[in-house]
Design a protein around this ligand. Structure first.
Ligand code: NDP
Ligand code: MG
Length: 383
């Protein structure tokens, strides 16, 4: 039995994780959950799971939760809030695995706290790896904590890399569904609205990652994430557009063999694998019928139409504080776009401007990452 803490339990990944846990009650027990706000969804989870702990991002939300739950006699959940709540919980000996499914850079401190406490981290929150990859790896290694990717491409690579020696690896090939604007002419992108961008053809996800998928910033973040997770150079990480979203990524070895991981486009697969690793859960996903799918296609991405791909690569090549600045600036302008303050194409041009105005500095400890975040926001606000 593994005892798990699902952070971001009311989001797209979090809800799938709760479903996985409820499907395998003999293997998984949810000891703790966390969300930003006290919603009906969270209340339902508390009633269904009766977790020992629930963390809310703010005290006011925690007070609301306590009030509502106090009249439910069988619920024994203890409520905590904010980063202090996370700090207390990561050291709890009853928790074996922490699934970080918080969205955006707010997930950073939980990833950091988890590996510091020596807890195995099932990592959906790619932003924390992008901003603080070296630090998370170093501390995880020191404290013998595993970081197991939940992002579908990285889960695929994690599985493919088990098929050979790291020293024999030639390339990582990340696949991308292409997003909703794959067929739209470049000139039409400036007219893209929030509603158009939020309509992803293959995956139902939170708002931030859905916009990132439509600009392909998501794939740029994933190149950086892959670099830190697997220790592979930027030049050896390729991207292919694969509209069917069946091959979730590939590892090419030096003899010319390419290992691919295939499955339904269902996040329960990577979530379940990260929680069952090194074992697998029986019947986790619907079986794949390749003859029904019939055709698998692969294309080169259009980096002129989606400049954030190359901007992310530039950030990774520059290193130091630049990946964190790229990540934070991108999040800042995605939020501006979601508030209808800037156009779709402004996201990329503004991120580029922030990076041009930032002088990269060394990242040695978590405080340096927080400083990079702060500087990125300061510059972003001037644009
Ligand atoms: P959602 O926006 O759907 O959910 C985010 C969750 O995090 C919500 O439960 C939210 O609660 C909670 N949350 C936000 N801030 C805090 C905080 N400070 N403290 C506690 N909880 C908080 O996001 P997704 O599930 O789509 O994505 C989560 C992460 O997983 C992202 O980093 C994303 O890139 C990654 N990912 C997602 C995939 C997907 O298919 N969705 C695929 C691969 C990776 P509330 O709403 O109450 O604020
Ligand atoms: Mg992904």
């Amino acid at each position: 039995m593994k005892n798990i803490f699902i952070a971001g339990s009311t989001g797209s990944i979090g809800k799938s994780a709760v479903e996985v846990a409820l499907s395998y009650p003999e293997k998984l027990s949810v000891k703790a959950i966390a969300a930003g706000h006290f919603t009906g969804e969270l209340k339902g989870q508390i009633i269904k799971l009766n977790p020992s702990y629930c963390i809310l991002s703010l005290k006011a939300e925690m007070d609301k939760a306590k009030l509502e739950i106090s009249n439910l006699p069988d619920i024994k959940t203890k409520f905590l809030y904010g980063e202090d709540g996370f700090k207390e919980l990561v050291f709890n000996e009853d928790i074996d695995v922490i699934l970080n499914a918080i969205s955006g850079s707010s997930g950073l401190m939980l990833s950091y706290g988890s590996v510091k406490a020596g807890k195995n981290l099932a990592l959906a929150n790619k932003e924390s790896m992008v901003m603080a990859g070296d630090i998370l790896n170093r501390i995880a290694k020191f404290n013998k904590a595993d970081i197991i990717p939940v992002d579908s491409e990285h889960s695929a690579l994690f599985q493919c890399l088990n098929c050979g020696n790291k020293s024999d690896l030639k390339k990582l090939i990340l696949t991308a569904s292409g997003g909703p604007f794959y067929d739209l002419p470049k000139e039409a992108l400036c007219g893209v609205t929030k509603d158009m961008a939020l309509n992803h053809p293959k995956w139902k996800m939170g708002k931030k990652i859905t916009i990132d998928s439509s600009t392909l910033a998501n794939k740029g973040l994933e190149v950086i994430e892959a670099h830190y997770l697997f220790g592979v150079d930027e030049k050896d990480i390729d991207i292919l557009i694969h509209p069917q979203a069946i091959v979730h990524s590939m590892a090419e070895f030096m003899d010319g063999s390419i290992m691919a991981q295939m499955a339904q486009a269902d996040m329960k697969g990577p979530i379940g694998y990260a929680l069952s690793y090194p074992d697998r859960f029986h019947g986790l996903m619907k079986r794949l019928s390749l003859s029904k799918i019939g055709r698998l296609e692969f294309f080169e991405p259009d980096t002129l139409k989606f400049p954030l791909l190359n901007i992310a690569r530039e950030a990774l090549r520059a290193g130091k504080s630049m990946p964190a600045v790229f990540c934070e600036a991108n999040e800042f302008f995605v939020n501006s776009f979601l508030r209808n303050e800037i156009s779709f194409t402004d996201i990329a041009s503004n991120v580029q401007k922030v990076m041009e105005r930032h002088s990269p500095f060394d990242i040695n400890e978590i405080g340096d990452v927080l400083e990079a975040k702060k500087q990125a926001v300061m510059i972003s606000k001037t644009l």
